[in-house]
Write a protein that binds this ligand. Structure first.
Ligand code: AMP
Ligand code: MG
Length: 595
């Protein structure tokens, strides 16, 4: 059995980024740009007004306010799309609409609301004069030429995925087409004597072919073009014929015929036409998976078409598509982020893992407060397609885990989130570990002050072995907790506190979601058994040994000599006590800190 990672690596090693094509920008959504796009124009092309109002000289409005307006002579009007014909001289203004070019001499626009235009109109006063009710700063309500896009600049880089906003940018540059990596054509073949088309009535023993539809819909969801080959029968001849029709595609996906019973037919067919590897992948569902290449001769060229043989069971075929076919399609499209975003959620039911495979359980993820919860979507049989239909995520139970119990943290692959979301900022977390009395708190204080000085937003987490006294008896928050509330949140104008009952000692992973993603760095005191990066504080008076195995540490801070501490060959960055600047420099670099 091979691991999910090995299988994915193998699949990806057989697919290449496809060649570029030029096409109308509206057809490029989700495709990757294959050219650098420079601007040949300024956007906006001229200084123009950001408001409907009066263009004027800021200088002329000095001292103006509601009770003593400045009066200017109105010498004209400019609509968007026309060019000014007059210029502004001292003491004059021009009525101007949003987007209209600023007239010569003007350096600010005062919006209608800050003039007496409305009252003038209602009292039928002379409109050749206007009262300005505020003092304008230079450039008020003026959009500068080239402030969005300056001529000659690189605006969209090769490799950018085109979303509606990039398509809009291309349009604003006056480009009707773009050069993008073309969409892969994926041929799809269902196999099985029991299958009939969706438009056919069911005879005894038959089922509708649903895999063609889920797979084709997935292919187009991820940007590919589905080429449906139909249903192949469980015979060498039928499969040969069908596969022959799909050889102009960039990839072939079959479903069914890979479990024991049918194994031989697909194997024989593919062995005849190409190279085939049958694998059992260490996952559940989706253990049997075929992968190989089909050889094809085009003129004098030999081509190899990657073939992915998904299991027939509808859930297994979808989950193996997700793990292997989806990343392959994205790679062919030139995308860089191939993994689905993963979140951490509290599981609301038990999942057992009986045979040491990686389990992908179908779950519905909901967010309550700042915490995600995942609940199983009912019976998890690999033929129960509605378990997928109800799911928005796959909870992943690792091979080494015997399972999880309700209330445990699990990782969930979010099926409907776009891959790029997974590339979003993750907040670095570093533990300051050490024996008791080693000075962890002092180092925490020094580092917090140092990082604040450098402009970071820092959160600190303290692990307290004993209880903690923050919920003072007699306070309202204490009364609510006494009455049985599971959590109490006290919010005031300058701080917020969240006190939640807990029936176990929370891991750092369980604490982090409470803090949220707004910080640049989270410093945790303690949590020495966790898997987060750790820096150990060592004090020679507490002995020559370390609390954590050196292999688990990112660095050591000590007031003693370290030769005795670190095994030969283990190079561990070491800092002297008090050298906070050097420690912070090291952390900035090794944990890729970003303000
Ligand atoms: P197989 O991998 O061919 O042994 O198929 C495993 C199970 O999946 C069998 O119960 C098949 O009937 C079912 N199955 C195979 N292909 C499809 C399909 N295209 N649509 C729906 N179910 C299928
Ligand atoms: Mg079959």
């Amino acid at each position: 059995m091979i691991s999910v990672e090995e299988a994915l690596e193998k699949v990806l090693s057989y697919v290449e980024v496809l060649e570029p094509e030029r096409k109308p920008i509206l057809d490029c959504q989700g495709q990757v740009l294959a050219e650098d796009v420079y601007s040949t124009i300024d956007i906006p092309p001229l200084d123009n007004s950001a408001m409907d109002g009066f263009a004027l000289r800021a200088e002329d409005t000095r001292g103006a306010n509601k009770s003593s307006p400045t009066y200017l002579r109105v010498v004209g009007e400019i609509a968007a799309g026309s060019m000014p014909t007059k210029e502004i001289r001292p003491g004059t203004a021009i009525r101007i609409m949003t987007g209209a070019p600023l007239p010569e001499g003007a350096d600010a626009v005062v919006q209608f609301e800050d003039t007496d235009e409305v009252s003038r109109k209602s009292s039928r006063e002379d409109l050749s004069r206007i009262g300005i009710l505020c003092q304008a700063k230079k450039r008020l309500n003026v959009r500068s030429r080239g402030e969005d896009i300056a001529r000659g600049n690189l605006i969209l880089e090769k490799g950018t995925m085109l979303r509606p906003q990039e398509i809009g940018v291309l349009a604003s540059l006056g480009r009707p087409t773009a050069l993008v990596i073309r969409r892969p054509i994926v041929a799809i073949l269902a196999t099985g004597d029991e299958l009939i088309g969706v438009d056919q009535p069911l005879a005894p023993g038959q089922i509708h072919d649903s895999n063609t539809y889920t797979v084709a819909a997935e292919v187009s969801r991820y940007g590919g073009i589905a080429k449906i080959l139909g249903i192949g029968r469980d015979s060498v001849q039928s499969l040969n014929e069908k596969i022959g029709e799909g050889l102009d595609a960039d990839m072939l996906i079959t479903s069914g015929g890979v479990s024991r019973g049918d194994y031989d037919i697909v194997k024989d067919v593919l062995a005849e036409q190409g190279e085939i590897g049958f694998w059992t992948v260490c996952m559940k569902p989706g253990k049997p998976l075929a992968f190989g290449v089909i050889k094809k001769v085009v003129g004098r060229k030999k081509r190899k078409i990657p073939h992915l043989g998904l299991p027939g069971n509808p859930v297994s075929s979808m989950i193996t598509f997700e793990q292997f076919a989806r990343p392959a399609i994205l790679k062919m499209m030139g995308k860089k982020v191939l993994a689905k975003p993963i979140i951490r959620a509290i599981i609301e039911g038990d999942i057992t893992n009986t045979d040491g495979r990686r389990v992908f359980a179908r779950v519905t993820v909901t967010r309550r407060g700042s915490q995600y919860y995942a609940s199983l979507t009912g019976p998890q049989g690999s033929g129960i397609l509605t378990s997928m239909a109800r799911a928005n995520g796959l909870a992943v139970i690792t091979e080494s885990s015997k399972g999880v119990k309700a209330g445990d943290m699990v990782e969930v692959q979010m099926l409907d989130w776009v891959e790029e979301q997974g590339a979003a900022k993750t907040v670095p977390v570093v533990s300051i570990a050490g024996k008791s009395e080693s000075g962890k708190t002092m180092l925490m204080e020094q580092l917090i002050a140092e990082f604040k000085k450098r402009g970071y937003k820092v959160a600190a987490v303290k692990h307290s072995h004993g209880g903690m006294e923050i919920d003072h008896p007699g306070k309202d928050s204490w009364k609510f907790a006494q009455a049985g509330s599971d959590a109490v949140c006290v919010s005031s104008p300058d701080k917020v506190a969240y006190i939640k009952k807990s029936d176990h000692d929370l891991s750092i992973e369980e604490v982090l979601p409470i803090l949220g993603p707004e910080f640049d760095l989270i410093l945790a005191e303690g949590f020495s058994k966790s898997k987060i990066p750790k820096i150990e504080v060592h004090r020679k008076e507490l002995g020559d040994d370390l609390l954590c195995p050196p292999g688990e540490l990112s660095a050591i801070v000590t007031d003693g000599s370290l030769d005795a501490l670190i095994p030969d060959g283990c190079k561990l960055p070491t800092f002297r006590w008090g050298d906070t600047v050097a420690i912070a420099d090291f952390m900035e670099k090794s944990f890729a800190l970003n303000r």
